[in-house]
Design a protein around this ligand. Structure first.
Ligand code: ADP
Ligand code: MG
Length: 704
């Protein structure tokens, strides 16, 4: 069924990647460009002109008519403006197709309509986009035709970052510098670069488009604001890794093909825990490319869904009562010659470099747990973190049995002498092969888990950019690496000093390690005792951005200035308040125009039925009467809750933009929304399904 493509041939066919550059660019130009890409050497305009010309020729062959600087402002989505390659018509009335080096490396979108958090006064509207040549350009095909997309960073006239990419690139430089210092201390003289590698597993829901259209909450806010649980949820665990239905398979096939064409190595796909929930994971790559690719993948997921009569929901919690969606951010540090600094080897206790890197990361995460938590703060994620699903809102690190044991040996005796080994897996079936199992089982509840040769940060929301968390991970790692290198470089006896340092870090930051069940209620108590930050909501997390500790961290590595951090905090507050306000208004809209009228109709039908049945004679109408009373009571509660919410929404503009407004939303509007939802969901359970004005949860998640 369907057409088959040759994956190896198709992969990257719409990407201006290394092999295309090598093939099309003059040797000298190619070499210069590679130097820029690999070593950060500045690119001359002459070289840029040649690259731009070849890029345009290639793009036109791929069907492109326009180019676009593609960037990631702080709106949470990507931005682009398309410019046709055409020049002004010549005397003969014809046009040429042109694209200059200057157009390739620099763009000037009007920045005034993007969030800047007070960084840029509105009269200084100038913003610049600058080519990130380390993330390949690509031709995207859609209804607009072929567009040559150039990944770019977005800054203000005075150089402040207005986007996700700029700080990410800065943080990658910071961790590169410090990690190189660290491996040099261990005698590595050959690696030239250390890059954070990232693989982001993406979760999403698919629902039927026609049903989506009937849900104003989904169309306006991306999540359901009302909805009673169907008789069946996810309790049977029959969706996770279950057989993928044909409609979904056809969708996944097309998503993969679109990803592959754009050089996104879509690799693993499966059904997730909740009904209608799925996951797609690509193979890891450099952090900035992974961040770009994740944005592209989210777009593809949505676009292909429309073609298949479905909607892809990327919201963190589209449905209450079933699992929400996240994005597991797998992170490690890799050298240009392929060494993973987080690879423990078979005998981690002997791998001193690994133990140093590991304990540095423990210290980094312990000292900046609040920032890491903040990096995953997103309006939708508030419904997910701390709910009874992955992961809790408290940051802790899972190391697993083997490493925890090594760490304990270090702390108690100052020496690690052995590593626990994995044992043979015995199934009790002769025909099954025996194999060695890992030394450590998995842990599904930890927000930051060591998984063999990488850390998996599981807090990020499904809709969010992965840039923020990687900015934090890279920078906090850089800070501790720097401290360690400063000390080790000055130490008279390296062996002794490194040994002491590992022991010190392990001992001082032991409290961040937690190998138990992150969902257990006792854990929160325990976390409190350990003094770990418990930041339940986005609004509680935002202040972490602007503490003196945070400003010092980011300023010392040139990742963010104080002003940039303050602006980001401001934007986060605004995003939160705006999103909640929209949700509240949507609830009122639905309650007023759909729910209350439907319930009135229903109660009228009941009342009529009672009268008509009674007219027949002495027949028992207690059931109808009971329902009528119950529905009328809930109707009244709905009306009261709706009025209360309406009053609060009317107060919203009187709070100054920023923290005050966000707190008002969090502390007053959110509880009022919950108060309105309760009677409506109770009504949905008793009102005639035919009369309920929108598809139910059951219709949405079981009938895709
Ligand atoms: P899981 O069992 O958690 O799904 P996988 O092995 O499937 O784990 O990997 C999940 C993601 O982690 C993938 O995107 C994969 O490419 C990525 N990954 C694997 N190794 C590394 C690494 N060394 N650094 C960063 N990401 C990695
Ligand atoms: Mg995973």
């Amino acid at each position: 069924m369907g057409e088959y493509i040759n994956v190896a041939e198709t992969f990257g066919c719409d990407v201006f990647n290394d092999s295309v550059m090598q093939e099309r660019l003059p040797k000298k130009v190619y070499k210069e460009l590679k130097k820029t890409i690999q070593e950060g050497k500045e690119l001359s305009m002459e070289i840029a002109d040649v690259v731009a010309h070849e890029m345009k020729e290639w793009a036109i062959e791929k069907g492109a008519t326009h180019y676009s600087h593609w960037f990631q402002p702080l709106t949470g989505v990507t931005a682009e403006k398309h410019d046709a390659f055409i020049t002004a018509p010549m005397e003969n009335g014809k046009v040429l197709m042109s694209f200059s080096g200057k157009e390739l490396i620099k763009g000037e979108p009007d920045a005034s309509s993007f969030p800047s958090g007070g960084l840029r006064a509105t009269f200084e509207a100038r913003g610049y986009t600058a080519w990130d040549c380390t993330s390949p350009a690509f031709v995207r095909h859609d209804a607009a035709g072929g567009i040559l997309c150039i990944p770019t960073a977005f800054c203000s006239y005075t150089g402040e970052a207005l986007d996700q990419k700029t700080p990410l690139l800065r943080s990658m430089e910071a961790v590169n510098t410090q990690a190189l210092r660290l491996i040099r201390l261990f005698g590595n003289t050959t690696s030239k670069k250390v890059t954070p590698s990232v693989g982001a597993e993406q979760e999403y829901f698919l629902i039927d488009k026609d049903k989506w259209l009937q849900r104003k909450d989904l169309t306006y806010t991306g999540r359901t604001l009302f909805g009673a649980m169907p008789p069946k949820g996810q309790e049977m665990d029959d969706h996770y890794l279950g057989t993928i239905r044909q409609r979904i398979s056809a969708y996944m096939k097309e998503v993969n093909e679109e990803c592959w064409k754009l050089g996104i190595s879509a690799k693993t796909q499966h059904n997730e825990v909740a009904p209608a929930q799925h996951e797609l994971a690509p193979i890891y790559e450099a952090a900035n490319v992974a961040a770009d690719h994740n944005q592209m993948m989210m777009r593809i997921l949505k676009k292909v869904a429309s073609r298949h009569g479905m909607r892809c929901l990327l919201h963190e919690k589209p449905f209450a009562g079933v699992n929400g969606s996240g994005k597991h951010n797998n992170w490690s540090l890799t050298t240009d010659d392929g060494i993973n600094l987080l690879e423990p080897g078979k005998t981690p206790h002997e791998n001193i470099q690994f133990l140093l890197v590991l304990t540095c990361i423990l210290k980094a995460v312990d000292e900046h747990a609040d920032l890491l938590r903040e990096s995953a703060a997103d309006v939708g994620n508030d419904h997910r973190l701390g709910g009874n699903e992955a992961p809790p809102a408290v940051i802790s690190v899972f190391l697993g049995e083997q490493l925890e044991d090594v760490l304990e040996q270090l702390i108690s005796t100052g020496m690690a002498t052995h590593s626990k080994k994995g044992s043979k897996l015995e199934t009790g079936v002769k025909t099954l092969p025996d194999f060695m199992k890992d030394a450590t089982d998995r842990n599904r509840t930890s927000p930051f888990a060591f998984t063999g040769n990488k850390f998996e940060f599981r807090m990020v929301g499904s809709r969010d950019s992965i840039s923020s968390c990687n900015v934090v991970l890279n920078t906090i790692a850089a800070e501790v690496f720097k401290e360690a290198c400063d000390r080790l470089e000055a130490a008279p006896d390296f062996e002794l000093a490194v040994h002491d340092l590992i022991k010190e870090y392990a001992t001082d930051h032991q409290r961040i390690v937690f190998n138990g069940n992150g969902y257990a209620p006792e854990w929160e108590e325990e976390a409190k005792r350990r003094g770990l930050p418990i930041l339940r909501s986005m609004v509680d997390a935002i202040p972490a951005l602007t503490t003196e500790k945070s400003v010092k961290l980011f300023e010392s590595f040139g990742v963010f200035t104080r002003a940039e951090l303050e602006s980001r905090a401001e934007i986060q507050y605004e995003i939160y308040a705006k999103a909640i306000n929209i949700e509240a208004k949507t609830m009122i809209d639905i309650a007023t125009k759909q729910i209350i009228p439907a319930v009135i109709k229903y109660t009228t039908v009941l009342a009529q039925s009672i009268n008509e049945v009674k007219a027949v004679g002495e027949i028992d109408t207690s059931v109808q009467l009971g329902l009528l009373k119950e529905a009328s009571k809930l109707l009244k509660e709905t009306n009261i809750a709706m009025k209360a919410l309406g009053d609060l929404v009317a107060e919203f503009p009187s709070y100054p933009e920023g923290e005050d407004r966000a707190k008002f939303c969090r502390n007053q509007i959110v509880p009022a929304m919950e108060a309105l939802r309760a009677p409506v969901d109770a009504l949905e359970m008793i009102v005639d399904k035919e009369m309920w004005p929108m598809p139910s949860y059951g219709d949405l998640i079981f009938e895709v």
